[in-house]
Write a protein that binds this ligand. Structure first.
Ligand code: ADP
Length: 483
C-alpha cells in the first residue's frame, strides 16, 4: 500500500517537539509493516540539505501566485523517499519553523502551510505520474488543509483515503478571515460545515472536517477531546465524528532511544545490567555542580516551558523536594517567565537545582539516563513522549493523570506494586499538593532500594516500540482503502 505522510517537521532534521519524533519514526515503522511510504515536507534548510540526488518533479504556481519548485529524492539520514517544497522565500528564515527570532509567528504562516496541504492534494491527484498514494496521512494543523484541497480539487471522485492525526488540539492554525481569499478554496469551504471557526479560518478544523478518518496520539486523548473541557471548542465536531476517530498510542523509536546503544551517554546500560546508570548520574551531578550523591533522588524535566506542561507545580513543590534531599535537573525553553523562575531557583540552590535554558538533543538523552524520576506534570498531554523515554532509561515517570500519560504510566500503589504493573507515580488533581504527595511517594519507594530496582527493571523492559502502532495504522489504512 502506498502511503504519503505529510508533516511540517521530521526528526532528526527539524524538531520542535513530539510531532517530529513521530514524523521521523512512523514512516520507517510503516515500511517495516509492508507499506510503501513517502513523505512530503516544507523545504526548510536542513531538510533540503539532506535530500540526496534531488530532481525537480514540478514547477508550480500556488493559488495566490507564488512560484515554487517541488523536488524529490531520498532523505539521507532516514533513507526515505521524499518530496520537498523548495520555496526559500517562505521557508528559509531564522527562528523556529513557525516563529521568527523574536518568537512572533510569521505573518504569512497561512500561506507557508497552506502550500503544504495544497501540494499534498496535488500529489494525490497524479502530480507524480510514477507514484500515486492510496493513503494521504497528514499531521497537525500545518498539514490540515490537505483534505480540504482534495475535497474541492479535480479528483472529486477520490481515489485516495485521507487520515488526519491530531498531535495537539491546542495548536489550531487560526487565521483572520481575510486570508481565506488567498487560499484558492471555494466560498463554500468558509462555513460552519467547513473550516470556519468563530469567524476565523482554522486549519485544524479543516483537517477534522474534511478527512475520511481522524486519529490522535493516545486512546485517552481521543476521548478527552470530545469533551468541552479538552475539546478547545472543537469537541462538538469531534463528537459528531466520533465513529471516525481513533486513538493510537505513540511509541518510542528504539533506534534513537536505547540506553544500551546510546552514544550520548557516559556509560551504556540496560534492564539486565543497570550499573552504567549510576555512572551517568554521578557524571551529570559532577558536570552540573550538583552535590555528587548517589543516594539523592535526582528528578529530571525535559520540556517545552509552556503553561500546558504544568511546571509551575514543580516550582511550587521544589522546596519540599529539596528539603527531602532531592535534586532537580531541567532542560527546556519557552515562556520567559518560566525560564526566569527556574533559572533563579538554580542560582539560589546550585547544589540541588541545575537548569539549562535551550534545546539540546544529546543533553536530553543524558538527563533521562542520569535521573531517577522524570517529571511530566502536564495540565493536558495528548500522548507525551518524555515519560516513555523515562521508562526506557529507568527514570520512573511522575505524571498528572491525563491524556496519554494515563495510557502509559501506572502508579506505585500497593496493589499495582504487588501485581507487578506499577512503573511510576501518578497524581490526580492538578494541584501543588497532589504533585507533592506523588513526590513523597517517589521518595518512599526510593527508600526501599530493592523494590525501586525491581520497578525500574520492569519499566525498562516494557515493550514501547513502534511495531504495535504501525500495525494499528496499517489496519486503519486497509479499512479505508477497501471499498
Ligand atoms: P510536546 O510535543 O508537547 O513538546 P512530547 O513529550 O510529545 O511533548 O515531545 C517532546 C519532545 O521534545 C521529546 O522528544 C523531548 O525529549 C523533546 N524536547 C523537549 N524540550 C527539549 C529540549 N529543551 N531539548 C531537547 N529536547 C527537548
Amino acid at each position: 500500500m502506498k502511503v504519503l505522510q505529510v508533516s511540517a517537521e521530521i526528526f532528526p532534521l527539524l524538531k520542535t517537539g513530539g510531532l517530529a519524533d513521530v514524523a521521523g519514526a512512523l514512516p520507517v515503522a510503516l515500511k517495516g509493516a509492508g507499506c510503501e511510504v513517502r513523505v512530503l515536507l516544507p523545504g526548510f534548510a536542513p531538510i533540503l540539505a539532506d535530500l540526496i540526488v534531488p530532481t525537480v518533479l514540478a514547477e508550480l504556481t500556488a493559488p495566490w501566485g507564488e512560484r515554487v519548485v517541488l523536488r524529490q529524492g531520498v532523505l539521507g539520514t532516514l533513507g526515505l523517499r521524499a518530496y520537498v517544497i523548495d520555496a526559500p522565500q517562505l521557508y528559509d528564515r531564522p527562528g523556529t519553523p513557525y516563529e521568527d527570532a523574536q518568537r512572533h509567528p510569521h505573518p504569512d504562516n497561512h500561506l507557508r502551510f497552506a502550500l503544504l496541504g495544497w501540494v499534498a492534494a496535488k500529489l494525490a491527484c497524479a502530480l507524480d505520474p510514477g507514484w500515486q498514494p492510496a493513503v494521504l496521512h497528514s499531521h497537525d494543523w500545518h498539514a490540515g488543509l490537505t483534505s480540504a484541497y482534495l475535497a474541492f480539487g479535480p479528483a472529486k471522485g477520490r481515489r485516495v483515503a485521507t487520515v488526519y492525526t491530531v498531535h495537539n488540539l491546542a495548536y489550531q492554525g487560526l487565521f483572520a478571515p481575510i486570508h481565506f481569499y488567498d487560499l484558492g478554496l471555494p466560498a463554500a469551504a468558509f462555513a460552519i460545515n467547513g473550516l470556519e471557526f468563530h469567524g476565523q479560518l482554522s486549519f485544524m478544523k479543516a483537517g477534522l472536517y474534511y478527512s475520511d478518518h481522524i486519529t490522535t496520539v493516545s486512546p485517552t486523548y481521543a476521548k478527552e477531546i470530545q469533551t468541552p473541557a479538552q475539546g478547545c471548542g472543537l469537541d462538538g465536531l469531534l463528537r459528531v465524528r466520533a465513529h471516525d476517530l481513533t486513538g493510537i498510542l505513540n511509541a518510542v523509536d528504539e533506534t534513537v532511544w536505547n540506553p544500551a546503544l546510546d552514544p550520548a551517554l557516559t556509560a551504556m546500560f540496560d534492564a539486565e545490567k543497570p550499573a552504567g546508570k549510576a555512572l551517568c548520574k554521578a557524571a551529570l551531578q559532577q558536570a552540573l555542580g550538583l552535590a555528587v550523591q548517589a543516594d539523592a533522588p535526582l528528578f529530571g524535566v525535559v520540556s517545552r516551558l509552556t503553561e500546558q506542561k504544568g511546571l509551575h507545580l514543580v516550582l511550587a513543590a521544589l522546596d519540599e523536594l529539596i528539603a527531602r534531599g532531592g535534586q532537580l535537573v531541567l532542560l527546556g525553553t519557552g515562556e520567559t517567565e518560566l525560564e526566569a523562575a527556574f533559572t533563579a531557583r538554580a542560582q539560589a540552590q546550585p547544589q540541588a537545582v541545575a537548569v539549562r535554558i535551550g534545546y539540546d538533543e544529546a543533553y536530553a538523552h543524558r538527563i533521562f539516563a542520569a535521573t531517577d524520576v522524570t517529571l511530566v506534570p502536564s495540565r493536558f498531554e495528548p500522548c507525551g513522549l518524555t515519560q516513555m523515554y523515562g521508562l526506557k532509561y529507568g527514570s520512573l515517570p511522575l505524571v498528572h493523570r491525563v491524556g496519554g500519560l494515563i495510557d502509559t504510566v501506572v502508579d506505585c500503589s500497593l496493589e499495582d506494586l504487588a501485581d507487578g504493573t506499577a512503573n511510576g507515580f501518578v497524581f490526580h488533581e492538578f494541584t501543588q499538593q497532589a504533585l507533592a504527595r506523588a513526590v513523597r511517594r517517589a521518595f518512599a519507594l526510593y527508600a526501599r532500594p530493592t523494590e525501586w530496582r525491581s520497578v525500574r527493571q520492569r519499566a525498562m523492559q516494557q515493550p514501547l516500540g513502534w511495531d504495535k502502532a504501525a500495525a494499528q495504522y496499517v489496519a486503519l489504512y486497509r479499512q479505508l482503502v477497501t471499498p
